[in-house]
Write a protein that binds this ligand. Sequence first.
Ligand SMILES: CC(C)(COP(=O)(O)OP(=O)(O)OC[C@H]1O[C@@H](n2cnc3c(N)ncnc32)[C@H](O)[C@@H]1OP(=O)(O)O)[C@@H](O)C(=O)NCCC(=O)NCCS
Length: 156
Amino acid sequence: MTNTDVGPGAVVSLREVTAETVGVVCELSDTLVEHQKRMVAPNAVSIAQAHFEPKAWFRAIYADDTPVGFVMLYDDPEKPHCYLWRFMIGGPYQKKGLGRQAMNLVLDQARSRPNATEMTLSYVPIEGNPEPFYRRMGFEPTGDVEGGEVVMRRSL
Ligand SMILES: CC(C)(COP(=O)(O)OP(=O)(O)OC[C@H]1O[C@@H](n2cnc3c(N)ncnc32)[C@H](O)[C@@H]1OP(=O)(O)O)[C@@H](O)C(=O)NCCC(=O)NCCS
C-alpha cells in the first residue's frame, strides 16, 4: 500500500529485507510504469538470485519507516569495482529526491569495502532510461556496451 506521507524530507536508510518485509519489497516492482519494468528485474527475481550468488549484497530502501525501493550490488571484495546490479524506487515515491539519497548511501556502502575504488553499472538504452539520473550522481559512460546495456562508472 502506498504511504502518501512520504515526502522529500524523509530520512532514507538501507535495511535488510526480512520475512515481514519481503512481500511489500517485492510488490514495489508492480508500481513501476511499463517501460521502467523493462529496465530492472522484479525485486522477487533479484532476491531469489541473491540467494544463489554469495557476492550479492541487497537491501530495501526506506524513507522513514516506509519501504520505497530496492538495491543490489555485486560486491567482490577482491576487485576494485563494485557493480550496481539492481536499483529501483517504487513509482509513487519517485521524483522526491529519495533515489539520490539512497544512491549516496549505496556509494558509502561501496566505499566501506577495502579494495573498492569505483562503482560500475549498466542500463537498458530505451526511452525514459535513467542515464540523466546517473549522470547527476557522478557516473559517466565508459563507451562500453555489454549485452545491449550501456556501461557507466564513477570513482568512489
Ligand atoms: C532512476 C530512479 C532510481 C530515480 O529515482 P528517483 O527517486 O525518482 O530520483 P530523484 O528524485 O532522487 O532524482 C534525482 C535527480 O535525477 C533526476 N531524474 C531522476 N530520474 C530521471 C529520469 N528518468 N530522467 C531524467 N532525470 C531523472 C531528477 O529529476 C532529479 O534531478 P535534479 O537533480 O534536477 O533535482 C527511478 O526513476 C527508478 O527506480 N526507475 C525505474 C527503475 C530503473 O530504471 N532503475 C535503474 C536500472 S539501471
